[in-house]
Design a protein around this ligand. Structure first.
Ligand code: AR6
Length: 173
């Protein structure tokens, strides 16, 4: 039985096999958790992302999809980049957000990650309500873990008490 938990913290310091990045389709970095992950990982991460753009992801990463790279100087081994829907751009389909979590789990399994940390994808710059993100994320992770041999530990790492409370409510339900 896999463990699903939530904690307050900075995802860049997580001692897990894989950390998920709330990226954008360009994979070239940005603000929020994306900026923090690139800053902590160092230039090797951007270099790997650039290589993806030159090879397998010439037109970028689609909303709801995920892809793995190494993690540069992070304690994790892999960064799994996913692109959440941007509510400010009219991307309001919950299935796209659920897909970020299920695709990230599948990619984590593919690289052999046994533990994974997720941020609250789309709950920042992309404008989704944290309670809705929490509901969608917890449901997607639960069904993803039921469906296959995903990681043994899934930790949601949240940046504020308010967002942590939203995830804790869903985990307790
Ligand atoms: N650790 C954990 N959570 C964090 C951290 C951190 N170090 N930093 C921020 N958060 P956001 P999005 C929280 O905006 O909404 C970027 O520019 C934050 O408080 O990072 O998916 C990308 O390049 C919020 O709860 O991601 C895209 O263009 C959550 O992480 C765009 O932002 C997600 O906020 C993606 O926007």
């Amino acid at each position: 039985m896999a463990i699903i938990e939530a904690a307050l913290g900075d995802i860049t310091t997580e001692q897990v096999d894989a950390v998920v990045n709330a990226a954008n389709s360009s994979l070239m970095g940005g603000g929020g958790v994306d900026g923090a992950i690139h800053a902590a990982a160092g230039p090797a991460l951007l270099e790997e992302c650039r290589r993806l753009r030159e090879t397998t992801h010439r037109s970028g990463l689609a909303v709801g999809d995920a892809v793995a790279t190494g993690a540069g100087r992070l304690p994790a081994q892999w960064v799994i980049h996913t692109v959440g829907p941007n509510r400010h751009a009219g991307q309001t389909d919950p299935a796209l957000l659920a897909s970020c979590f299920s695709r990230s789990l599948a990619v984590a399994s593919g690289v052999g990650a046994r533990s994974i940390a997720f941020p609250a994808v789309s709950a920042g710059i992309y404008g989704w309500d944290a309670a809705e993100v929490a509901r969608i994320a917890v449901a997607a992770v639960r069904s993803g873990l039921e469906a296959g041999d995903g990681p043994e530990l899934v930790r949601f790492v949240l940046f504020s008490h308010q967002v942590l409370a939203a995830f804790q409510t869903q985990l307790d339900a």
